[in-house]
Write a protein that binds this ligand. Structure first.
Ligand code: PAF
Length: 294
């Protein structure tokens, strides 16, 4: 496994892989890797002849009062995990390498960024659009792998790739969970023991919603209210948002829409704070013939 800290170094290594005719799978991350990232790495390795991991805590996707400075970092452990999961190249640039000067270009994806984290974290997806565009230009992967825990990010990047004709297949991968249901996230490390046990309310709510949705006449408004009430009942949990939207367009549904009659996939997306830690989770529900938990 080769480690590249510069764009020039990475391009040289990638050039060699391409000369050998290898397809390239790419896993962009912000590091502090966990089993969710490992599943992306394994899929990238399985579906491509070479796999590239990037680790870069991207400052442009954090708001001024967010956790950029304290975002967890552990390069040594990340490199071990990358090696164990068969990565051929790891790109580990510095902030100066990626942003030698303040970028004057914005990558704004509209529509899909209006709600959910786009509303709660203004500017977040502009930062994601910019860094992912830069990484795609540098790496030029055949396929890129993203976890569905960040379903809105998947929708944004899919739109970006379509709109700007990036020559890459975006591969959404299932959320990986702890045995009690908590979705894996690098930010789980911020939780105290008490908050960690309270945080199970997110996945519990998604499970309950899965049971409630098939009930005759269940409307979007009723479902959202039930989920909110369930979360409010958990001590320490402060709701940022609970929304049921069309997926992947992330368009609003009317409150009286009967969920069972909708001919399209919907997403139930949650963001809940425990102290200063904000966790997100979601589930997709396919139309007719039951409910699909992703
Ligand atoms: O999902 C993440 O870890 C980040 O948003 C990404 C896609 C690596 C861009 O910085």
């Amino acid at each position: 496994m080769k480690i590249c800290r510069t764009i020039a170094g990475l391009k040289q290594q990638l050039g060699e892989l391409r000369q050998e005719g290898k397809t390239i799978g790419f896993v962009p991350t912000m590091g502090f890797l966990h089993e969710g990232h490992a599943s992306l790495m394994r899929q990238a390795k399985e579906q491509n002849e070479a796999a590239v991991l990037s680790i870069f805590v991207n400052p442009t996707q954090f708001g001024p009062n967010e956790d950029f400075d304290r975002y967890p970092r552990d390069e040594e452990r990340d490199l071990e995990l990358a090696e164990q999961n068969g990565m051929d190249l790891v790109f580990l640039p510095s902030v100066e390498e990626m942003y030698p000067r303040k970028p004057l270009t914005s990558v704004l994806v509209s529509g899909v960024t209006t709600r959910l984290c786009g509303a709660s974290r203004p500017g977040h997806f502009d930062g994601v659009g910019l860094i992912v565009s830069k990484l795609f230009h540098i790496v030029q992967p055949d396929r890129a792998y993203f976890g569905m825990k960040d379903a809105q990010q998947v929708a944004v990047i899919t739109q970006l790739v379509e709109d700007l004709n990036f020559n890459v297949d975006v591969v959404p991968c299932p959320t990986v969970r702890e045995p009690d249901g908590l979705a894996l996230s690098s930010r789980n490390v911020y939780l105290s023991a008490q908050q960690r046990s309270q945080a199970v309310v997110l996945s519990q709510s998604l499970q309950l919603a899965k049971e409630w949705i098939p009930q005759p006449g269940m409307t979007a408004g009723e479902l959202v209210e039930r989920v909110k009430n369930h979360i409010r009942g958990a001590s320490g949990a402060a709701i940022d948002y609970v929304e049921l939207l069309r997926f992947p367009s992330l368009e609003e549904l009317s409150a009286d829409a009967a969920i069972n009659e909708l001919p399209y996939t919907v997403i139930l997306a949650l963001a809940v704070k425990f102290g200063n830690t904000r966790l997100i989770d979601n589930s997709l529900y396919e139309p007719i013939g039951g409910v699909d938990h992703v």
